[in-house]
Design a protein around this ligand. Sequence first.
Ligand code: SF4
Length: 712
Amino acid sequence: MSTPVATTCPYCGVGCGVLARVGEDGAVHVAGDSSHDSKVGRLCVKGAALGETVDLQGRLLHPKMRGENGAFHRTSWDEALDRVAQGFRRIVEQHGSDAVALYVSGQLLTEDYYVANKLAKGYLGTANIDTNSRLCMSSAVAGHKRAFGEDVVPGCYEDLEQAELVVLVGSNTAWCHPVLFQRIAQAKEQGAKLVVIDPRFTATCESAHLHLPIKPGTDVWLFNGLLVFLFQHGVMDAEFVDAHTEDLNAALAAAAADAGDPAHVARICGVQQADVLAFYRLFARHRRTVCLFSQGVNQSSSGTDKVNSIINCHLLTGRIGAPGMGPFSITGQPNAMGGREVGGLANMLAAHMELHEPVHREIVQTFWSSPRIASRPGLKAVALFDAMLEGRVKAVWIIGTNPVVSLPDADRAKRALDACELVVCSDIIERTDTNAHAHVLLPALGWGEKDGTVTNSERRISRQRPFLPAPGEARADWRIICDVARRLGFAQGFAFDSPRDIFVEHARLTAFRNHTPGRDGQPAATRLLNLRGLASLNHQEYDAMRPVQWPVHDDGTGTQRLFTDHHFAHADGRARLIATTARLPVHGTDREYPLVLNTGRVRDQWHTMTRTGKSPRLAGHISEPYVDMHPHDALRSGVREGELARVQSSWGAMVARVRHGGGVLPGNVFVPIHWNDQFASDARVGGLVNPVVDPVSGEPEFKHTPVRVEPF
Ligand code: SF4
């Protein structure tokens, strides 16, 4: 057995530490790492099965190009990289920088993300680089920026153990972030109260003191009602509000306009008034409150307002920046946070700087010495694929993600790719629904082979370390991107020899013309994301780097909790309460489509199953796509439990087996996101999902699509 290698789980945003060892027979054995700073040392069932997912079956091991006969053939790296570079150069020359795009992934390591963003924004001169993280947490990003002035999660996991009240909003934490849920369970054993706000009665609700099964999309009413209730009952930290916030009156007026009366809130939300009041009173009574929210909040046409309606309640009561309290966005992917840090979203620059700020653009371009800098925000995920379909974007490089399965209106994504002149896919798997539309396939390294860093939901940067050799001709994503950049004539900006070189440049950029957040003459570029304590790591230090929460000080120590001094990242140091407007999802049900489709994860699968689909143990939990619906709706729809049914929306259709017992309310159905056409035909739920997005964040409304279910 090899020496254990300390690395990080590649699945959810909890970011558990993993010790991986390779046996004499080549089998990979994993265990939780109790020395990782999550201090837990546990893995959930997905993490524990990682060793079953690293075989080479189905791997893309060599570069491939599509020939004139339409079939892929093996080619050399030189030929494939030349084809990518020549294609991108020709299209930029003929149609301008915005005719090319990158679509990347929260699965990438921070170093991969950094060079992809640098290539697009600093060298190609387009901000058309977006990420699948747009689909899961961009509403939280937008909400953080509006409230705090920067995209920051204020607290840490320990706050969940120190809280008197934990409110889980739109999060099936027990299935989707299991190790974190174990920490919440511990807090509960020590007396903490647990409230779950979710239209479904999930596994998470089983241990809740109070479950509020609100109608999908009504969260803003509930939290605006809470804001008014707290204010009216004097549960307000007036000193904190006066000294450290702005815009209370506007937020209160907006909240009172549509949620001033708990009876009205209860009617709109479809729950008992007594339960609404029970929640409000629990919140009022317990100062140490954490509101942890996830995709049920973010994936909505009012996702950003939902986020701010939650944060508003914390700001009104001053419940932020101290142990056991604060709003807490839990990310879905292992490196959704790291991607945000290096500017992986189309509307951001690296190091949390903003594309729309001329000062920030000048700082980044000066630091990079780049020939250009994108001058306006790029296209967000759904709009990016629309632009491909309309011929405005003609070349796209997709790295580590499967948009033909995961985007809303996913059949449109297929047509968008088919309309492009050049589609390049970097992936670890050869046959995916998206790769079927590519012209060039580039083999990438996977978990266990890759080397770099990720940032989890509590701002903790930790290392993913390799313990397996690179298979076939697969290469690290950062290296592939640098190879293409050099072929495009950008050798100077991409002379990196290792992930350490990239990380150090990223850390130096976070500290470049950045000042310690504080008092004196805050310059416009001051931001909390500052890794100056990591900006001079040598190779050995990078290899040995311990998990650390940013901001990272000069002595290398991190920061467990932000806003302890109640100084926020807006230029005036004050947080903003935001006037949020309650509104229903864009597409309502009707006679043709009478049911509301909600999508989400199951406990033992991950994304589009390219990894977890390999594990028989994980398949033992749920082995096929299903549509969970209330027995009364099944009866009305003419379908029976255990039989196949067709789920149809205005955008597409899929086939799934009917199930009951998943806790859905009458009028709703739930379908998991994982299955795709590689596992079963007509199994992509993304094909049904409406493409409406939140107007601020661009995050799609995955939680609310009108559908009907009919016999297959
Ligand atoms: Fe991995 Fe998340 Fe499970 Fe931890 S809780 S082992 S990070 S999937």
